[in-house]
Design a protein around this ligand. Structure first.
Ligand SMILES: Cc1cc2nc3c(=O)[nH]c(=O)nc-3n(C[C@H](O)[C@H](O)[C@H](O)COP(=O)(O)O)c2cc1C
Length: 249
């Protein structure tokens, strides 16, 4: 059996895949392991849409801003917050579901993310590579159409899956001290921020990233290029509309 510590410490996102298919049995095993993740009240308020069909992948591609993993990976998994199935069960059993609210969406989104991450670890333990796609929440309204998601169901993240055709360098992480607080939250000072971000800021790949984007600091690449306020506001509005249309608000 694969050593879990080695898998977790050695992992990296994989964005290039070989043409080897992921066999149905293997995928089923991975999904079965994933579905052992903790889930709120054991309700399993999530669904996983498996996309293998090339035509469907082509439809999804632009919705993921043409990130080529969508069409190159043999398997695309869309993890959805799902109160549709559970609510149907309730109604059929003379129980009135009260899940048409934001808290229930958040609960289901947590469930969906926990199952997603457990599926990822299961896949990595079997020698597969994965990459999350955050574009799902930007284009949820269109993904809902392509995947025929009914009311009560909202896609929250997508994972591409396949055998790795690359072994990229591991990227950095902040030191553990930067993210762990003992007993109470210890707010950051200028000095601690400088210390915690020093390695990230002085790496060659960061310097290159700053130069390529014509910025002065790495933080500006985030705020002015990658995750801009204007975009965040537009996509927030769109996501709130999706939550409304899908019956969560
Ligand atoms: C919610 C989420 C969304 C992500 N979205 C994308 C994405 O759209 N495209 C991409 O190439 N990588 C995406 N990633 C992968 C991250 O870029 C990657 O995990 C991070 O840079 C750290 O690299 P590592 O996973 O190799 O350690 C996403 C990761 C998460 C958790």
């Amino acid at each position: 059996m694969a050593d879990i510590s080695k898998i977790l410490l050695g992992r990296r996102s994989i964005r290039k895949y070989t043409a080897d298919p992921v066999e149905d049995n293997l995928l089923n095993d991975i999904l079965t392991m994933g579905c052992r993740a903790s889930t709120t009240g054991n309700m399993q308020v999530y669904s996983i849409i498996v996309t293998r069909d090339n035509k469907k992948k082509q439809e999804l591609l632009p919705l993921h801003f043409n990130q080529k993993m969508i069409t190159e990976a043999p398997v695309v998994l869309t993890f959805c917050a799902d109160f549709n199935r559970f609510s149907r069960w309730c109604r059929l059993r003379h129980a009135e579901p009260g899940y048409d609210n934001f808290l229930s969406f958040f609960t289901a989104a947590i469930d969906a993310l926990l199952v997603a991450q457990t599926v990822c670890i299961a896949a990595e333990s079997k020698g597969l590579g994965i990459c999350y796609l955050g574009t799902t929440t930007y284009m949820a309204h269109k993904i809902i159409e392509v995947l025929d998601l009914p009311k009560g169901v909202v896609p929250v993240t997508t994972v591409t899956l396949g055998y790795p055709a690359e072994k990229p360098e591991q990227v950095d992480r902040l030191p553990l001290d930067a993210v762990v607080h003992h007993e109470t939250y210890h707010d950051y000072t200028k000095e601690s921020i400088d210390r915690f971000y020093m390695e990230k800021e002085t790496r060659n790949d960061s310097r290159q990233f700053i130069a390529e984007n014509g910025k002065e600091t790495l933080a500006q690449v985030f705020t002015e290029v990658r995750y801009k306020k204007e975009d965040n506001e537009v996509f927030s509005k769109m996501l709130l509309e999706v939550l409304h249309d899908q019956g969560f608000m």
